[in-house]
Design a protein around this ligand. Structure first.
Ligand SMILES: *Cc1c(COP(=O)(O)O)cnc(C)c1O
Length: 349
């Protein structure tokens, strides 16, 4: 038996892409970021559904992810890799027809030497200080690079989920300064930047998390829900303790459900003590420590023992759960383990 069932609503992914595509307007292409196995939700299911919705450009992190995506989607869509052209990537980029988004002068040199006729894009650093050419480097190599016809100039916003951060406008100005007047498609916005408004959209937006129902796209349709089966139910008497290190002590007669799922399944120990699981519409508190594969829950107030309890769903979205353990929806989604049975609603065909 799997630990639990992760329900993934591909129709909601498609609806979220459509909503972001409407925001970005007709003259701007809306790509889809599907790195890290589509944020943990399954590249092989998510990407074909997005193709059916009209997506023609995808972003992954690594060349290997690009190869897996190419095998799934066939020759048509454009696939870009954020890691650019790393030392061992040459054969994979070539074979999978993946466009590396070059990040440094070293990568530009490698690309021109090993795959001179292979399309490439360029990452420019406008202030995030993570990847991409800084302005003096760009000035030094722009002429040479532009002569080789890059297909996309890209930068990334560090604070786009904070709409009133000054950094957004500063990065926007830097991106204009570095790219205005060049007749090459440009992309600055991920999900957050797409929501900041048209001046951030340029020729292409690249949302990821918004497709999967996470903040900062507050209006996104929820995509994931997670149900865990109940393995056992029993009573404990006042004074008895529950779980590792006896961290919870019953003050009254208590009925406990032990459910299948734990920190090996992306439900970190730090979720407790604020974690609630739902039995239908009724919230039940997790008690005691979260184990590797098991969580204990106080179900004393239920009429009968549940067969399943829900961790993510209509009552509890991925950002709320993330907040309860001090992280963000991105990390919560990508941590959900591989022991769950995955059930997809909707399909590409
Ligand atoms: C991950 C990533 C994205 C997508 O970001 P979201 O916040 O998930 O929309 C876009 N661009 C770059 C460079 C990224 O690394």
């Amino acid at each position: 038996m799997p630990t639990g069932t992760l329900h993934i609503d591909l129709e909601a992914v498609a609806a979220n892409w459509r909503a972001l595509d409407r925001l970005s307007g007709v003259s701007c292409e809306t790509a889809a970021v599907v790195k890290a196995d589509a944020y943990g939700l399954g590249l092989g299911q998510v990407a074909p559904r997005l193709i059916a919705e009209g997506v023609r450009a995808f972003f992954v992190a690594t060349a290997d992810e690009g190869l897996a995506l190419r095998r799934t989607l066939g020759p048509e869509p454009r696939i870009y890799a954020f890691y650019g052209h790393m030392a061992d990537d040459t054969p994979t980029l070539h074979r999978a027809d993946v466009v590396p988004m070059l990040t440094s002068i070293e990568q530009i040199t490698r690309h021109f030497e090993t795959l001179p006729n292979h399309p490439f894009g360029l990452q420019l650093d406008t202030g995030m200080n993570r990847l991409g050419l800084k302005q003096p480097e760009w000035e030094a190599v722009a002429e040479l690079v532009l002569a080789a016809d890059p297909v996309l100039l890209m930068s990334h916003l560090a604070s786009s989920d904070i709409p009133d951060s000054d950094q957004n406008a500063r990065q926007l100005a830097a991106f204009h300064y570095m790219t205005d007047g060049l007749d090459i498609p440009r992309s600055l916005a991920a999900t957050g930047g797409t929501l900041l408004g048209p001046e951030y959209h340029f020729d292409m937006v690249r949302p990821g998390i918004g497709l999967y129902g996470g903040l900062p796209f507050a209006k996104a349709e929820p995509v994931v829900s997670l149900d865990l089966p109940v393995v056992a139910c029993f009573d404990v008497e006042p004074g008895e303790t529950v779980g590792y290190a006896a961290s919870w002590t019953a003050k009254a007669p208590t009925r406990v459900a032990t459910v299948a799922g734990g920190y090996a399944d992306g439900l970190p120990r730090s979720l407790q003590p604020d974690m609630f699981l739902m039995a239908g519409p009724v919230a039940c508190a997790a008690i005691g420590r979260i184990s590797m594969d098991l969580i204990t829950v106080d179900i004393s107030h239920l009429d009968r023992d549940p067969t399943h309890m829900s961790v993510l769903g209509p009552h509890h979205n991925v950002d709320e759960l993330a907040q309860a353990c001090g992280t963000i929806g991105y990390e919560m989604l990508t941590s959900l383990g591989h022991r769950y049975q995955r059930r997809y609603r909707g399909s590409a065909i």
